[in-house]
Write a protein that binds this ligand. Structure first.
Ligand SMILES: Cc1cc2nc3c(=O)[nH]c(=O)nc-3n(C[C@H](O)[C@H](O)[C@H](O)COP(=O)(O)OP(=O)(O)OC[C@H]3O[C@@H](n4cnc5c(N)ncnc54)[C@H](O)[C@@H]3O)c2cc1C
Length: 470
């Protein structure tokens, strides 16, 4: 609860219009894209600049009020659900691209900038910001940094982490620090920039970021390889990379996903094959042509029943968009959609997909799988209904087994979506007790009063996916 006195102090900082504790306002920020988590915050605050963030955080720290920084709330791990109440901090005023530096190849932004707006702004200058989560039309850079988000281009270009050069951060005590910067080389002290990337709002509030840009690739080509056999598709992935080709995109969709995506996108995707690989290469024209030819040969050799090159950029864009809409398409099937991102070494993809199908059968639930095959990052997705308790229990067990299998195969519980409140009970499976203790020591050092996004990353109990209401 926020006392009236504290409320007045906060209003004096951000202005009445940027402090909302109405029931409707709180309800809007009580949930995010994660099913089955909902909890009301005490207030929603929209600071206008870093100084205001710092002053708000200082007051919250003094009064032990939880702070949940929030971008667009598209995370899939209940990362912005205010499970312990407090303040949701939104960045609708802090959404400017501050500078595109063409000499140092950097862009400096505020956290509320929409990912696609940033991409478009730099592309207009012939520059390229590769991390492309499928949610890029709506996700923010602040959210991308805090989840260390990836996308279709992750295999060749890496994920958000690989592009964050410097940050401005408001620490839990309200102090403002700067980490890194525009320097390509800088080893002065601990790498705090990396520490804050992927920290899910639990260590501080990011108020500015300097990101690396690269020159825009000259050309790009796209193709689809169709398979009657899952393992043949997975083998193609390994063979392509073993042949020392790193494609810009190497995405996988299984048959049930294809069917749903085609019903949604209606672009003529085949629905009668077991799996599809969406393959892209970019770069100088000769390299792209050589790599595409070689990859097509590899796919055919590995029993692809058909390999089709996109005939135009429009056709290629339609294929990419169809892949990016996979989650939205699947979400049309049932009232509740649970999507996970179990990740395995790419050599284990076939085993993992087979295991997912077996587990789905065992628990009698529908699971469609798609994902970043080149990264081993799969998205088993279950269309279900939260009102059906019996089915939900089976879904829960199925995903638990999927996580266990991923770890058994040398993988992890999350490749890009983060831990949040949802996967906190499973983090120890991946890190072990000592690993959790090391992370907790960092949290304790930077946020001794546990005000930054409490209830995330570290599990309080072994409680699994449940609705949290306050
Ligand atoms: C349809 C769909 C497709 C998706 N596709 C992908 C995908 O391809 N790849 C992928 O990686 N993810 C994907 N996601 C997940 C999600 O979009 C990403 O995690 C994204 O980065 C979240 O951005 P956001 O602005 O919505 O952040 P939010 O969800 O609002 O927040 C995410 C985390 O960042 C923290 N945070 C936000 N801003 C700040 C800040 N300024 N300072 C400190 N902490 C902050 C929050 O507390 C939270 O922990 C998808 C989600 C959906 C719904």
């Amino acid at each position: 609860m926020i006392s009236n006195e504290v409320k007045q102090q906060l209003i004096r900082i951000v202005g009445e219009e940027n402090y909302d504790d109405s029931k409707a306002g709180r309800l809007v920020y009580s949930y995010d894209a994660t099913p089955q988590f909902q909890s009301l915050p005490d207030a929603v605050i929209a600071p206008r600049n870093t100084l205001e963030v710092s002053r708000v955080v200082k007051i919250c720290n003094e009064h032990r009020i939880p702070i949940v920084p929030r971008g667009s709330g598209t995370n899939l791990c209940a990362g912005t659900c205010p499970v312990e109440g407090g303040i949701v901090l939104v960045f609708k005023h802090m959404n400017k691209i501050l500078e595109i530096d063409e000499e140092n190849l950097t862009v400096t932004v505020q956290p509320g900038v929409i990912t696609l707006d940033l991409m478009n702004a730099v592309e207009a200058k012939g520059l390229f910001y590769p991390p492309d989560p499928s949610s890029m039309k709506i996700s923010t850079i602040g959210g991308n940094i805090n989840e260390n988000s990836g996308g279709l281009r992750g295999l060749k270009y890496g994920v958000t982490r690989d592009y964050v050069m410097g940050l401005e951060v408001v620490l839990a005590n309200g102090e403002i620090i700067r980490t890194g910067g525009k320097l390509a080389k800088d080893v002065a002290g601990y790498d705090l920039t990396r520490l804050f990337v992927g920290s899910e709002g639990t260590l501080g509030v990011i108020t500015e970021a300097t990101l690396k840009l690269i020159p825009m690739p000259e050309t790009k080509k796209t193709m689809l390889a169709l398979y009657e056999d899952l393992e043949a598709a997975a083998r193609s992935v390994s063979k392509i990379i073993a042949n020392k080709i790193i494609p810009a995109t190497l995405e996988f969709l299984d048959q049930p996903t294809l069917e749903v995506v085609e019903a949604y996108a209606q672009i003529g995707l085949p629905t009668d094959v077991q799996a599809v690989l969406l393959i892209e290469q970019d770069g100088p024209k000769e390299v792209v042509e050589r790599d595409m030819k070689k990859m097509a040969e590899i796919c055919k050799k590995e029993q692809a029943v058909s390999v089709q090159l996109a005939r135009s950029e429009e056709e290629a864009e339609a294929l990419r968009t169809a892949r990016r809409t996979a989650l939205s398409a699947l979400a049309r099937l049932k009232p509740t959609t649970i999507l996970e991102d179990a990740t395995v070494p790419r050599s284990e993809i076939a085993k993992m997909v087979k295991a997912i199908n077996k587990i789905a059968e065992k628990y009698n639930v529908k699971i469609c799988t798609f994902g970043h095959a080149g990264d081993g990052n799969l998205h088993p997705t279950c269309p279900t209904d939260a009102r059906d308790r019996d089915e939900m229990e089976r879904v829960e067990k199925a995903f638990e087994e999927i996580f266990a299998k991923a770890i058994e195969l040398g993988g992890t519980i999350t490749g890009e979506h983060g831990v949040g409140a949802m996967k906190a009970p499973y983090l120890e499976w991946k890190l072990g007790e000592a690993g959790i203790a090391a992370m907790k020591a960092i949290k304790q050092a930077l946020d001794p009063n546990n005000i930054m996004n409490p209830g995330k990353v570290f599990a309080k109990s072994t409680r699994k996916r449940v609705v949290v209401t306050r």
